[in-house]
Design a protein around this ligand. Sequence first.
Ligand SMILES: [Zn+2]
Length: 307
Amino acid sequence: MGGGSVYGRRPAGSPGSAGWDGTAGPEEGCPRARPATRRVVLAALGGVLITATAAAAVAVTGGGHPSAGGAGRGPAAGGAASGGAAAPPRRARTASRQERARPPVATRGRGAAAEPVYYIDDGPMTVALTIDDGPSPLYTPQVLRVLEEHGVIATFSMVGQNVACYPQVAREVASAGHLIANHTWSHQDLAALPAAAMRDEVTRAAVEIHAATGQRPALFRAPYGAWSPALLDYCAAQGLTPLDWSVDPRDWARPGVTAIVQDILRTTRSGSIILEHDGGGDRSQTVAALKIVLPSLLGEGFRFRPA
Ligand SMILES: [Zn+2]
């Protein structure tokens, strides 16, 4: 899968997942996503032109991209550690998290970033939870219930096709106060697409998300974390912050609830952006893991804010 250029570096132990098990496009039972109407396409193109012009006026530079890294991605990159037997004692880990309050790489700041963002920077013990690939009529409501129970606000990276299928579910996410990020129209590896198709994946999703929820996402998450120079430049031109992640329990591969929980608790520290999934396949393990992870992290003193 994600064979395109991959930028940046994740912390050790977070190899970067495909984030999609390839078993699902639109959710099972989803009515065929309606094709974009002529009016919607024209509206999207109009928005692109206006935004691109405005962005050019403030002279956003495309430079500064790190050279392409070779981080292996995709399901073949090895299964998540399901045992977790080598985990160090928890007390020591908590202390070291607080010491490492300063995020080592790009953090979420104001305006569009030239590089993907791997951490948030909002003080010690603050983290962000991101939920990708929905909305799903089956799993998204379950995730929403867990979040509500623990008073956690998250960021949902939505796939436009799924929003078109389940606009009411997308609305429920928005009305519960969560942030919505653009996760493309059909979850393709954008680094492997021609420029026009890449742009269409972003704008179609933006139009659909806005139509369903009223939100205009300011965050964009690339499927598979596959960033290309063209995609980063387009994000900058659109005023979209490229959002990556720093904690990846590979829940999409269904390694078992315990494995997901242990991975998150072992690797989360101040500034972490945690990646989980409510769409793209069977996410019952993710829901079960969140029921354990959220009270655990809150009990350790972590605070959640949207990415
Ligand atoms: Zn995804």
